[in-house]
Design a protein around this ligand. Structure first.
Ligand SMILES: Cc1cc2nc3c(=O)[nH]c(=O)nc-3n(C[C@H](O)[C@H](O)[C@H](O)COP(=O)(O)OP(=O)(O)OC[C@H]3O[C@@H](n4cnc5c(N)ncnc54)[C@H](O)[C@@H]3O)c2cc1C
Length: 453
């Protein structure tokens, strides 16, 4: 009898898994999604001539899996880069918006001159950062299970000032979290690898891309119609194999396989793929693996709200010649960052208008829409001197959407993998990487494992 696989969760992780099972391995697959739409965090909305990616709006080009998937789905000619002239990021400071030094790779300088000349750091801060070139490997390292906090790692290599004013806001923002709480190996293991190469700066210099920044390929890719195009294309391939409004409540062992119980019925499965958040996986594993459930339930999540404001171009004096800016200060009511959507992809607003996203963290997510819009407008007034009435406002919330890998995350994943019952697999943003490319990679890896097994 041929294998039957049930995938739980219709976010990009579950979609990529089901797509690979079906198209690459010809396996009978059923994808069960609790809500009334596919995509999970990938939500693309069209409103009044604007194209709004409420959550993720692109993926890191250096992780090739999402790009390869888009091409395999026939979306190769829909792939777009950001505008070359605007490929820089500002930091919001007391003195206004200051560009981040050119050539940062995950916040680490790949070129020395921009680091030496940046007004973002004091002379003392720069001197401490350059000590990284001389410090021995593992200088002052204190590990738990071979891992350490991301913040402590950056601080011991580059100093506290670089952590607070440069790297912390950048890397913490990618996880909507605090670098002092996040795991180094569970978030950016490639930074740990740089230390092996003789220090962060030396390692980053060796990996620096060649050529002028304006002629280099974009670091981020997306689709002309937003990341939702990826979701729609996979959904079209899956057809009836994907079921909406099918919230899984239980996984019961039966014979050599499982029965997956959901709000729309029951499904027999030889393999079950848990592609929802870790806390959902924990609940569903409670009956079959108490230890995997306990490990997964301990993975925390952060929340975010994104507020979109659009203005007439003429109402914004700033040239908006960047992808946006980061906010290093942490205080309720202050955003974590702002992205200038139309400075990356001009077609996402009607002619003569600009679209800006203001990104708020967990502390603000439960504020009312009116409050969030007011906070976004205050931010626009303070930072860009925009006082005009917005042409459009749009608010989106992402509750418990960003996993927070804590110190010891890789060891936790090893224990989970050991404890998972035969035929049950778990993947997604809480496991081996949070980006869209990471989720696709994990999904395709698990599909191959099932296909080969
Ligand atoms: C605001 C924001 C911005 C981001 N920006 C970027 C970016 O620009 N680039 C990037 O690469 N990444 C970005 N990310 C990260 C990326 O979007 C996520 O890591 C990724 O979408 C996670 O996909 P997933 O499938 O693992 O999980 P999810 O998207 O959370 O999907 C899980 C799915 O499981 C379903 N589900 C839950 N419980 C059940 C159940 N019991 N039964 C059936 N189904 C269930 C849910 O309804 C959901 O659809 C961002 C994330 C957020 C929150």
């Amino acid at each position: 009898m041929s294998k039957r696989v049930v995938v739980i969760g219709g976010g990009i992780s579950g979609l990529a898994t089901a797509h690979a099972l079906l198209t690459k391995h010809g396996i009978d697959v059923r994808l069960l999604e609790a809500s009334n739409r596919l995509g999970g965090n990938l939500r693309t909305v069209r409103r009044e001539g604007y194209l709004i990616d409420e959550g993720p709006d692109s993926w890191v080009a250096s992780k090739p899996q999402a790009t390869a998937l888009a091409k395999a789905l026939g979306l190769g000619d829909r792939l777009i880069e950001t505008i070359p002239e605007n490929r820089r990021v500002f930091m919001r400071t007391d003195r206004g918006l200051v560009p981040l030094p050119e050539g940062l790779m995950l916040g680490i300088p790949t070129r020395l001159l921009p680091l030496v000349t940046t007004p973002l750091l004091s002379l003392r801060g720069k001197a401490r950062a350059s000590l990284d070139l001389l410090l021995p490997k593992y200088f002052r390292r204190q590990t738990v299970d071979g891992d350490e906090p991301l913040g402590a790692f950056i601080e011991r290599r580059l100093g506290r000032e670089v952590l607070d004013k440069l790297v912390g806001p950048l890397l913490g923002g990618l996880f909507t979290g605090d670098v002092d709480d996040l795991s180094l190996l569970g978030t950016f293991p490639q930074l740990a690898a740089l230390e092996e190469k003789g220090g962060l700066i030396r390692g980053a210099l060796a990996m620096a891309p060649k050529g002028k920044s304006a002629t280099r390929p974009s670091g981020f890719l997306t689709l002309r119609g937003g990341v939702g195009e990826l979701v729609d294309a996979i959904a079209a391939r899956l057809g009836d194999a994907a079921r909406l409004e099918s919230r899984v409540t239980e996984i019961v062992r039966e014979g050599d396989g499982y029965v997956v119980v959901h709000s729309g019925g029951r499904e027999r499965a030889d393999h079950v793929v848990l592609a929802g958040p870790a806390h959902v996986a924990a609940e569903l594993l409670a009956a079959t693996s108490e230890s995997a459930a306990r490990e997964l339930s301990a993975i925390g999540y952060s929340s975010a709200a994104t507020v979109f404001v659009a203005y007439r171009r003429a109402d914004v004096a700033h040239p908006l010649d960047a992808t946006g800016y980061l906010v290093p200060d942490k205080a309720p009511g202050l955003p974590l960052a702002s992205t200038w959507v139309t400075s990356k992809w001009p077609h996402r607003a009607p002619e003569g208008f600009v679209l800006i996203r203001v990104f708020f963290g967990a502390a603000d997510v439960e504020r009312s829409d009116d409050d969030l819009v007011a906070a976004a407008r205050t931010e626009m007034r303070t930072t860009l001197s925009v006082t005009a009435e917005p042409a459009l406002v749009h608010v989106a919330r992402f509750r418990r959407a960003s996993p927070q890998p804590r110190v010891g995350h890789p060891e936790k994943l090893r224990r989970v993998a050991e404890a998972l019952p035969r035929g049950i697999h778990a993947l997604g943003s809480a496991y081996e990487g949070v980006g869209i490319g990471d989720c696709v990679r994990q999904g395709e890896f698990i599909a191959d494992r099932i296909g080969r097994g």
